[in-house]
Design a protein around this ligand. Structure first.
Ligand SMILES: *Cc1c(COP(=O)(O)O)cnc(C)c1O
Length: 374
């Protein structure tokens, strides 16, 4: 079986974990956490990076920092992972779903303004497949209406928009280090803070609502309960694992991009024959090869394609069931305008295996199995 995903290990993970073990500091915010946050701050150029247990946890922190209250509205695509909406629903907000663009499958920025009401508090662009949303337009809308922008950059590490790293553009951003992402720690994530006014409170929310971080820096002489919060910080074992990955991030990115380009080359002929459409990366965006997907002409052909791949023992999979059509999305959310791209594209998209270690032999099997498409 050629699995859809296989976590890549650089080889140094256990060595760094043994160092954390030997140092005897196992709680969060030790030596390895500092390495990882410094790396994120310097590579992404965010003001502050805080490691979290997951991207979900980072989005939940963002919802608290955005002061989301019962009945507030948060604009997002429906074609996304459940956590994008859940983090805000947990605070009583209504997720307002807007259709996606047919080219990048990202939120259609031209449809955001009509979704804004007096209750709107934030916009959550999701950079699907590590390809940037149209951030200039989104930031401009947010500025005009006084809204916060929270980038769901779970898939977007090391991608750029007009030369700017994803995660550095919105007021806040969330990254994922889940084992299906490019840089991993099993479960893991980070909250990136670009709005200077939110940094102090972010530290407090992450430390169970206490000013413990300020205490350790000697800025206050005791630490105490000052805000709502929870325990969002991962221990050093996770950070040690993650550091081994970050050290190799450029090599990982390069190798993923090579695999992505191989697929892109193969499927050129298939696209020309009209049997599929390949991913589109806008000219002013650089991507991170998080995903290789194909868009087939209809649901029936996608189902058949996935079955064919399975017959060749290849793990090709579909992706999100749009949130507006899920039971909880229907109960808690609101749809703004037509969802025709979301409905159509989500039925036609299939993701191909893409992981480091995919051998030439396996790649050849995939190529032969997909030749039938053309
Ligand atoms: C993976 C993913 C998440 C969730 O990440 P976790 O780290 O598993 O919580 C959220 N949003 C998007 C778009 C994702 O791809």
């Amino acid at each position: 079986m050629i699995p859809f995903n296989k976590p890549y290990m650089t080889g140094k993970e256990l060595w760094y974990i043994s160092q954390a073990h030997a140092a005897g500091h196992l709680a969060g915010d030790g030596h390895f956490t500092r390495h990882c946050s410094n790396w994120l701050e310097s590579r992404i150029g965010c003001r502050k990076a805080l490691l979290t247990h997951s991207c979900t946890a980072a989005l939940e922190m963002a919802a608290i920092l955005a002061d989301i209250k019962e009945g507030d509205e948060v604009i997002m695509p429906s074609y996304t992972f459940v956590s994008t909406a859940n983090a805000f629903a947990l605070r009583g907000a209504v997720p307002v779903f807007v259709d996606i663009r047919a080219d990048t499958l990202n939120i259609d920025e031209t449809r955001i303004e009509e979704a804004i009401t007096p209750r709107t508090r934030a916009i959550v662009p999701v950079h699907y497949a590590g390809v940037a949303c149209e951030m200039d337009s989104i930031m401009d809308i947010a500025r005009r209406y006084g809204l916060l922008v929270i980038e769901d950059a779970a898939q977007g590490i090391m991608s750029t928009y007009k030369g700017r790293p994803l995660g550095s553009i919105g007021h806040l951003a969330a990254l994922s280090f889940h084992e299906t992402k490019n840089i991993i720690s099993g479960e893991g994530g980070a909250l990136l803070i670009n709005d200077a006014g939110l940094v102090n409170r972010a530290e407090i929310v992450r430390e169970k609502g206490t000013n413990r971080s300020q205490f350790f820096r000697g800025q206050v002489d005791k630490y105490t309960w000052v805000d709502i919060g929870s325990s969002y910080l991962p221990g050093e074992i996770i950070a040690a694992f993650l550091w081994a990955q970050m050290e190799e991030a450029d090599a990982i990115n390069k190798r993923r991009l090579a695999l992505w380009s191989t697929y892109h080359q193969w499927f050129r002929r298939v696209e020309e024959s009209g049997a599929c459409r390949r991913p589109l990366v806008p000219r002013d965006c650089s991507h991170n090869a998080h995903m290789y997907y194909l868009l087939l002409p209809d649901l029936e052909r996608r189902t058949r394609f996935i079955e064919q791949m399975r017959a060749h023992a290849i793990g090709a999979v579909f992706h999100y069931v749009p949130l507006h059509s899920a039971p909880m999305g229907q109960k808690l959310g609101r749809v703004c305008g037509s969802m025709s791209h979301t409905d159509s594209l989500s039925e036609r998209l299939v993701r191909m295996p893409l992981w480091l270690g995919l051998e030439d032999e396996q790649a050849r099997i995939i190529q032969e199995a997909t030749n039938a498409l053309a």
